[in-house]
Design a protein around this ligand. Sequence first.
Ligand code: RUQ
Ligand code: CUA
Ligand code: CA
Length: 634
Amino acid sequence: MGKRDNDKPDSETAGGLSRRGFIGASAAIGAVGSAAGLLGGGLLAASSDVRAAGQGKADVAPGELDEYYGFWSGGQSGEVRILGVPSMRQLAAIPVFNRDSGTGWGQTNESIAILGESHKRGWQNGDTHHVHMSYTNGSYDGRWLFVNDKANSRVARIRCDIMRTDKITIVPNVTSIHGLRLQKVPKTGYVFANGEMIVPQPNDGRDLENPANYWTLFSALDAETMEVAWQVWVDGNLDNVDTDYAGTYAFSTCYNSERGVHLGDMMRAERDWVVFFHVPRIEAAIKAGKFKTIGDSKVPVLDGRQAAGSDFVRYVPVPKNPHGINTTPDGKYAIANGKLSPTCTIISLEKIDHLFAGKINEPRDTVVAEPELGLGPLHTTYDGRGFAYTSLFIDSQVVKWSVEEAIRAYGGEKVNYIHQKLDVHYQIGHLKASMAESRDCDGKWLMALSKFSKDRFLRVGPLHPENDQLIDISGDKMVLVHDGPAIPEPHDCIMVHRSKVRPKAIYTRDDPMFAATVAMAKADGVDLEKDSKVIRKGNKVRVYMTSLAPSFGITEFKVKSGDEVTVVITNLDTVEDVSHGFVMTNHGVGMEISPQQTASVTFTAGHPGVHWYYCSWFCHALHMEMSGRMLVEA
Ligand code: RUQ
Ligand code: CUA
Ligand code: CA
């Protein structure tokens, strides 16, 4: 096995810093508050027998298909990615908030219509963290994926039949949508979205220097319309969120109960909290008209701050700057991950019922255990056999532990609830088991999404890939089987059994994605299935053409310099996988047209002269010849 830097053992060198030294260094940065000084333990590099045990387990032979679809958020790329699991082969990138050169996302008229206000504002970046699939009765149902944008406070929906984004909503009154989860039962009616940063309300220039008047809101979007149905004004801030399996609660971690605006302020309290939202009571309060609106937004906002004494929000204190929150697949517990505390907090959802019913008065009495797990617990996932797997950022480990044993230990019984700690490489953030976060949690694979890869791959310059590590959790012991480099930075992923996802092989002609373009053609008297024609209205020129391998329906059209040209292409091919592309050379214009799809792009005709367009998808033996000329007159 090749090692970097003259084949020194990998424990000795990682860019001039030993692995142990590196972990220590980042711990010194990360281990603030109560975690400081508790370093060490579990820093061994993967031993050779661990490597041997994992060898070949993730092999999927050429021509064989993966068992799971993996949906990865694309982080700073603003996209969502599809990987096959366990092979870790990357299958697709779904453009969402980003501009995509290949498909023309962000440039085609169809995508511009979906980007809407985001396009008008010229936003081309995104920061996707959490991608989740819609549910019916707690099981993944293959309808949609939803993903947040932390950068520009948005939520997007992706249609799973074509794996394309079809709705994007800018959430009002909040800054930075971070946590995002879905209602699981009876089906995904709501998409819950956490506003992370606190800002003045409304954020219109008032209270600039008065952080005491900065606030954030919890938002619920209607999954069908993608409109914001309601918001709840809260104390503190909001980080991650999850929901139960009864359709009653959503619950969010808060790391900034202090409502500080500087790092030091945000770490002052030993405990922050988990905020529990009682959804039916919120709906009732909205119905009863107990809401107000903020600024220009028409979204109904309820006051869920502690001082308001509402019956629909409760705050359960947990240590310290908690991060992830994850419901056990049996629906019994919500587990908050301590981050700056070496603990997770297990909250009984039955006791939350009692808290809301007034049978429990002290919110902390809903806590049934607070197991100590290691340094920097960020997220927890489950195998459906009673075990939890928690990522330890500072320790660079996954800890496997038993939820029921931790509860018994909290009750005073002498039981070691920790079953294994496995080194991961390095500084793990999210982790996710196959089918976890659904009722069908199957305990086969665990993905450990590490934030640093350091020495695990060939160096590619200062910006390293992340390292998504595949771990076999089907047996008693976790076994690391694969290192998967990832373009930064997939925060999170889900793994969905392939039986739950049924994408189309080709478009149907009535697809809503291009319905507006079809309607435009109809109004122009164009039959997209056979016509290729040029229609001029003043300086606006519409060029309708078909594509059928290996030719465009129009190979020559004439316009004037400065004309607004709209090229509409209908791909008549019905053969799976025969996509065409359209690139207008030297105009910054390119898009893809899948079989039976109609796509269009609008641009300004450039300088007088001959401008070739060509098919940019290798579609046929005569693909190179699939081209045409735009003749631009002065
Ligand atoms: S967060 S590393 Cu943006 Cu999901 Cu936890
Ligand atoms: Cu059509 Cu290449
Ligand atoms: Ca805090």
